[in-house]
Design a protein around this ligand. Structure first.
Ligand SMILES: Nc1nc2c(ncn2[C@@H]2O[C@H](COP(=O)(O)OP(=O)(O)OP(=O)(O)O)[C@@H](O)[C@H]2O)c(=O)[nH]1
Ligand SMILES: [Mg+2]
Length: 277
């Protein structure tokens, strides 16, 4: 992994605070619900009430999100679909999530956990109704835990993103790159770009990205050439700036600007042998 020190510290901080909360709200990315749980959820949060929220549903493929919902329901798990960018996100959290937190006291205290960049701080800002915490479209924005008093009866702990400190499966890493949970600058740009492009075209075919690069493309090199031409990404001596092209593509896939995709579905997920986390 690429920032193991931060992840270890985050896990330690979560463990130190777990006794002070009534429940754990686990945010998963709707585009990769199982892969976004690439951390020791059972070990870290056992004995705690857990509420699962599928976030960024606005960026996911609605048909696949429906399949995931049915999958979680069949496992007898309460699952809530969320799009925190919606104007009514605050009311949504107050109505759908907060009532699920069971507390023996007047005050409900819960922590929000999840992989880097999944929307933990955004969730708390929405709930609070103003921007109290720093958020950003890259992983590792939150560095330490922080209590936010939402109201007299609700307190929430923001936590830094967590992942396994050792991610062995290439496919897992590719999916985490596709949703912006790993710092893409730390990877070889062309390799990461090619893997994420393949992930999309394998599932959706190459036509879905035609409009994005301004025409049909034959392979990843052709795709990059078209992208650089369309955006006018030039390096020295008029050559294409492939690094800029690759990083732009990775950023725009993660933020949904290249299209609305889901990168895993419950039907094929459990069939693929390299998925084992
Ligand atoms: N489209 C979309 N974007 C979202 C949603 N929720 C959060 N975001 C965006 O995702 C990015 C990451 O949000 P943060 O709240 O900083 O994520 P975090 O989990 O706190 O990230 P770290 O602190 O880095 O672990 C920001 O650019 C948010 O605006 C959502 O439901 N839909
Ligand atoms: Mg954060």
């Amino acid at each position: 992994m690429h920032y193991p020190g931060h992840i270890q510290k985050a896990k330690r901080q979560i463990q130190e605070n777990i006794r002070s909360v009534d429940a754990v709200v686990e945010l998963l990315d709707a585009r990769i619900p199982i892969t976004s749980r690439s951390y020791e959820s059972d070990r870290l949060f056992h004995n705690k009430q857990r509420i699962v929220v599928l976030n960024k549903c606005d960026l996911a493929d609605p048909m696949i999100t429906e399949q995931w919902r049915e999958h979680f329901v069949s496992l007898k798990l309460a699952v809530i679909e969320a799009s925190l960018m919606n104007a009514d996100a605050r009311q949504f959290i107050l109505k759908e999530v907060v009532p699920l937190v069971k507390s023996r006291f007047f005050e409900k205290r819960f922590m929000v956990v999840g992989m880097p960049n999944v929307g933990k701080s955004t969730f708390i800002n929405r709930l609070k109704g103003k921007k109290s915490l720093a958020v950003g479209n890259r992983p590792g924005i939150t560095r330490g835990v922080q209590w936010i008093n939402v109201s007299q009866s609700v307190s929430v702990l923001d936590t830094p993103g967590i992942l396994y400190s050792n991610l062995h499966s290439t496919r897992t890493v590719t999916k985490l790159l596709a949703v912006g949970s790993l710092p893409y600058e730390k990877f070889d740009p062309m390799d990461a770009f090619e893997r994420v492009l393949t992930l999309i075209t394998e599932r959706y075919g190459s036509d879905v990205l035609g409009a994005y690069v301004g025409g049909e493309f034959s392979d990843y090199e052709d795709f990059m050439e078209k992208l650089c031409n369309k955006r006018n990404f030039r390096a020295k001596q008029g050559l294409n700036d492939n690094t800029r092209g690759a990083q732009t593509f990775l950023r725009e896939v993660a933020s949904g600007k290249a299209g609305r995709f889901s990168f895993e579905d419950p039907v094929t997920f459990y069939l693929a042998d390299d998925e084992a986390l």
